[in-house]
Design a protein around this ligand. Structure first.
Ligand code: AMP
Ligand code: MN
Ligand code: MN
Ligand code: MN
Length: 283
């Protein structure tokens, strides 16, 4: 069951990806993906299209999203899988989480203007597929297009991370709420790309402990954001906390993403794959 080409993390134009759900489904299927989930940031507006596209491509499908959470002063991402996409509390929670993005984007643009980068709000909007989901990625694409930086990772490094001129601190959903929305809608909550957070060992321990206490069930072990050594390390963490494991590329765009859909190492056979917990939610 671990030897399954599952890709349970990627983004479409409904958040900060550049492909529509149908293009992602076709690309995933061409790369041999057998079980797929589209996990747009704080959004489930693409779920019905993605599920239909998966069916048309002969892939199995799990509903997905990636919720922005603030924990210990840091942004943490919690992936939800296999929930009911029509669940009212889930939809309301995600709408509230998206709510702060526009004001944050306007502040980002004001701060960038102070360092001589003008028109960034309108510029970023040109790259936005979903007006409720303007993200740092859209600003990064604008700064690349205008020649300020060569690639999006350089924009983040120079302008969009903490301590840099375009960074605006933001309070997202709580860990407890995000896990509750997902689990009460019948899904499994998954800690996304744990190696990406700048936590101390104590903070990381607290994240896993509280996540588990709130009913979280899994952690991403094999992801486009982890090195092989990090995958080994979080396989160990999954065992330590009694969590299932997930696998996902976090694909956003053919031009920007270095890990393509489905092109990842398999999960180790000693781990419980998250899709085993969600057998009855697979479409
Ligand atoms: P936001 O939700 O608006 O804070 O934007 C977060 C998104 O920015 C992530 O989901 C990634 O897609 C992207 N991102 C974050 N850090 C980087 C980075 N260093 N390089 C490129 N993209 C990044
Ligand atoms: Mn993203
Ligand atoms: Mn993420
Ligand atoms: Mn992601």
């Amino acid at each position: 069951m671990s030897i399954l080409n599952a890709d349970l993390h990627c983004h479409s134009v409904v958040s900060d990806g550049t492909l529509v759900p149908e293009e992602l489904a076709a690309r995933a299927a061409a790369n041999g993906v057998e079980l797929w989930a589209l996990t747009d940031h704080d959004e489930i507006g693409g779920q019905h299209r993605a599920a239909a596209a998966a069916r048309a491509q002969g892939m199995k499908y799990l509903t997905g999203t990636e919720i922005s959470v603030t924990f210990a002063g840091e942004t943490v991402h919690i992936v939800g899988l296999g929930f009911d996409p029509d669940d009212a509390a889930m939809k309301q929670g995600l709408t509230a989480t998206r709510g702060g993005r526009e004001g944050r984007a306007r502040e980002m643009a004001e701060q960038l203007a102070r360092v001589g980068i003008h028109g960034a709000y309108e510029g970023a909007l040109q790259f936005v597929g979903n007006p409720e989901l303007i993200s740092r990625t859209h600003f990064a694409r604008f700064l690349v297009e205008t020649g300020v930086c060569k690639e999006t990772s350089e924009v983040f490094r120079k302008y969009l991370i903490e301590g840099k001129p375009g960074y605006v601190p933001h309070r997202w959903a709580s860990l407890q709420h995000a896990v509750r929305w997902i689990t009460q809608a019948g899904g499994a909550a998954v800690i996304a790309h744990p190696a990406r957070y700048k936590f101390t060992a104590n903070e990381e321990y607290a994240l896993f402990t509280e996540f588990k206490a709130h009913g979280g069930q899994a952690v991403e072990v094999v992801t486009g954001s982890h090195t092989a050594a990090e995958a080994v390390r979080y396989a160990e963490t999954a065992r330590e906390f009694g969590l299932a494991a997930s696998r996902g590329s976090d694909f956003h765009s053919p031009e920007e993403s270095h890990t393509d859909l489905g092109k990842l190492p398999y999960l180790s056979g000693e781990l419980t794959p998250v899709w085993e917990l969600l057998a009855d939610r697979i479409q």
